[in-house]
Design a protein around this ligand. Structure first.
Ligand code: ACO
Length: 703
């Protein structure tokens, strides 16, 4: 990434406004007004062929006439003039264009947008937008936008794909007391996209937390790489989570995939915290920008009210950091700051009598105690205490404890006085909320953030040239036959060369061949129709299981052929597959689909009713590491079945994770050929006994 150009774009030292106007109400006027009102210290060059002065600034007829260098050009001329302006800017050596103008790909003018990027990039100029509000930076006093003013100063930076939302949030920063340093409107993302700006903000000393509002990414894989590289917290709110691409899907996996699941998986793999809604985005951005990560699971809750203490305890469980009893020594120390009838377990109940001193002493001690990893302090407004004084005592205790590496979040429940105390705490750098649940959610977010960095390394793709070559030959043969799907036998051959354990399967063209193969495999066997036109074999009466002897093989052969012809008289029948009958095991499904944003993805779930009815499946973007595969096994609702529920012995987790990793490598390596696939069912045996892929399907990409 060209940091110099992005720096010029987002933190310019000089800026031209092409389409500057002296007419109040026009965007070309607002931008200049905003730059002046924001107290921008850099050079401002208004450009307009028909004006001489706007808001006291000298106006230039074109970019080429400007005497000095221009870092960024804010473009506010109608779309039909933008290409010409971009060319002039390129010639002038402008580093970046902030293209506010609408009328490009968002209304179907992809051609005009492509021309804009091509024209600018020819000179090395980067394009932000088009169709944006602009970009704002508090630390540079730079309001290069038509949003009304710079946001409340703070330590987070927001990238928003919606311009209108950015303007609304800009104003909301003041009422919600959540400060931002930079607000970047990203619009159509014709050139500069989320990944570029995340890379830029990662190096920005004024940004401590990167906050995103995403409608849809263009290059999902690049996003994952940038977010994963970031050593700062990244939090995202994703909108537009209705299913996509599912309708056209030919396989199980395709119909089970959808934007929500795939984005959720990608965020996990990218180490991005996912916000539930706008309020959540604000609350958690505030927390992540103000407090350090919580490095262990030991959370201590201090409260003056049992009720909020219990509510916070419930929330702790809900957010995955259940409370533990405080150790004896900590309890002994806490007992010193409460009446006889208080409780020092956890939550530590200082009782309604708790005033400034008890809060001060207990907060200060708790932070220095080695058992405590994070602290949640709760306060219910009482008649005998003053909320702001309590807040001041808490803040002083935090400062005096001098422990910078442990997070604190606070909740005040009460009326106006409590609201004032909350505002005071936030202004003084401590995330404070009006409900215990929010304070616990905040600390849980800091724990989640720490865990992201405890996670193992990113998955690595391991090429397998031999398997690739063998698979491509099988695929080429199918394509030569004019097919877009492999037969089960072919699909199993591909799975097998990539190391997936499949049931042995051979093709019989005649009854005698079927008998010989069955004898070789060993009775009982399974027999299945092999026809590219019959993908749903059971439905066609094309499957016989538990075929026990020679006579049964002959009978099954005739019946299957008869059924298949009745099902589809025109089906091209290759023969009948005779295969090993695997012993019963826990049924699971593995699948793959090609997501339009993230490319090849892998699915795992329990088979049978779990997948058909409950859709209890989970996804990852390939490649998948063993740790990620193991996570997949734990995050489905049916996880206890894999772990060994109701007296059943645990299933072979190791074999299953290794198979997911091998499968992920396979579909990534064959991404140009395989559109969708599944292994369904896969029978998983008890620990140490492995698994078997019993049926396999591969659907090819359209060429
Ligand atoms: N160089 C310099 N100045 C020029 C040039 C040029 N090549 N060509 C025209 N101008 C001047 C015009 O003379 C005019 O100045 P004037 O007021 O002195 O006459 C000025 O540029 C602006 O041109 P207008 O034709 O008056 O265009 P107008 O201001 O009406 O609209 C705009 C331009 C705002 C870019 C419009 O085309 C547009 O795209 N609007 C939508 C913008 C938007 O909403 N973006 C964000 C989307 S996100 C969200 O939803 C909030």
């Amino acid at each position: 990434m060209d940091k110099n150009h992005l720096n010029g774009l987002l933190r310019p030292k000089s800026v031209a406004i092409v389409g500057a106007s002296s007419t109040p109400g026009k965007i070309g006027y607002s931008v200049i007004n905003n730059l002046i009102e924001g107290k921008y210290q850099g050079k401002i060059y208004p450009i307009n062929p028909n004006a001489t002065e706007i808001l006291g600034l000298k106006v230039y007829p074109d970019v080429g006439s400007v005497p000095g260098e221009i870092d960024a050009a804010i473009i506010t001329v109608p779309a039909k003039f933008v290409i010409e302006v971009a060319d002039e800017c390129g010639k002038k050596g402008v580093k970046g264009l902030i293209v506010i103008t609408s009328g490009f790909s968002e209304i179907g003018r992809k051609d005009l947008e492509a021309e804009l990027v091509k024209t600018a990039n020819k000179y090395g100029t980067r394009v932000l937008g088009p169709n944006i509000v602009g970009t704002l930076s508090n630390s540079d006093h730079f309001n290069g936008s038509f949003a009304p003013g710079l946001p409340l100063p703070g330590k987070a930076s927001l990238i928003s794909q919606s311009g209108a939302l950015l303007i609304a949030l800009d104003a909301a920063t003041y009422t919600r007391k959540v400060g931002f340093d930079k607000l970047v409107s990203i619009g159509n993302m014709s050139d500069v996209d989320f990944a570029d700006i995340i890379d830029f903000l990662e190096d920005d000393k004024d940004t401590y937390c990167i906050s995103l509002y995403i409608e849809g990414l263009k290059d999902g894989r690049r996003f994952i790489e940038s977010a994963r590289r970031a050593k700062k917290p990244v939090i995202a709110l994703k909108s537009g989570i209705s299913a996509h691409g599912a309708a056209a899907a030919a396989s199980h996996t395709g119909s089970l995939a959808g934007a929500t699941k795939i984005y959720g998986a990608a965020f996990k793999q990218a180490g991005v915290i996912q916000a539930a809604d706008l309020n959540d985005l604000f609350n958690r951005t505030l927390t992540l920008s103000l407090q350090p990560a919580m490095k262990g699971d030991n959370m201590l809750i201090l409260t003056n009210g049992g009720g909020v203490g219990v509510l916070a305890t419930d929330s702790a469980e809900k957010y995955g950091i259940p409370l533990k009893f405080a150790p004896e020594e900590l309890q002994t120390e806490m007992k010193k700051h409460m009446p006889e009838f208080g409780s020092a377990k956890n939550p530590v109940d200082l009782t309604g009598m708790a005033g400034n001193d008890w809060y001060y002493e207990s907060v200060k001690y708790a932070l220095t105690d080695k058992w405590v990893d994070g602290l949640v302090v709760l306060y219910c407004e009482t008649a005998i205490t003053n909320p702001t004084e309590i807040a001041i005592a808490m803040k002083k205790a935090i400062d005096d404890a001098g422990v910078k590496e442990k997070p604190v979040t606070i909740s005040f429940v009460g009326g106006e006085k409590s609201d004032a105390a909350i505002a005071w705490l936030v202004e003084n750098g401590i995330p404070a909320f009006n409900a215990p649940d929010l304070a616990v959610n905040a600390i849980a977010t800091l724990r989640e953030y720490a865990k992201i960095h405890e996670d193992g390394a990113a998955a690595e793709f391991v090429p397998n040239e031999k398997a690739r070559k063998a698979s491509l030959e099988i695929i080429a043969k199918a394509r030569a036959d004019g097919r877009n799907a492999l037969t089960e036998i072919e699909a199993k051959q591909v799975f097998s060369v990539y190391g997936l354990p499949v049931t042995s399967t051979s093709l019989a063209k005649t009854e005698d061949e079927a008998v010989n193969l069955a004898k070789k495999v060993g009775f009982p066997v399974v027999m299945k129709i092999v026809s590219p036109e019959i993908l749903h074999k059971s439905e066609a009466g094309g499957v016989k299981v538990n075929v026990k002897d020679e006579a049964a093989v002959r009978e099954a052969f005739t019946t299957i052929l008869k059924n298949a012809k009745a099902y589809n008289a025109n089906a091209n029948i290759h023969g009948i597959a005779v295969q090993e009958m695997a012993p019963w095991g826990t049924e699971v499904i593995l699948g793959s689909t090609t997501d339009p944003t993230f490319g090849p993805t892998v699915m795992f779930g329990l088979g049978g009713i779990f997948v058909e009815v409950l859709k209890d499946v989970t996804f990852r973007v390939t490649p998948v590491s063993e740790d990620q595969a193991d996570e997949m096994l734990s995050e489905i609702r049916g996880a206890p079945i894999i772990a060994g529920a109701r007296g059943e012995s645990p299933r072979d987790r190791k074999a299953l994770t290794e198979t997911i990793v091998a499968y992920s490598n396979m579909i990534l390596e064959l991404k140009d050929e395989v559109a969708e696939s599944d292994a369904n069912p896969v029978l998983v045996y008890e620990a140490g006994k492995g698994l078997k892929v019993v049926d396999a399907r591969i659907i090819l990409t359209k060429k």
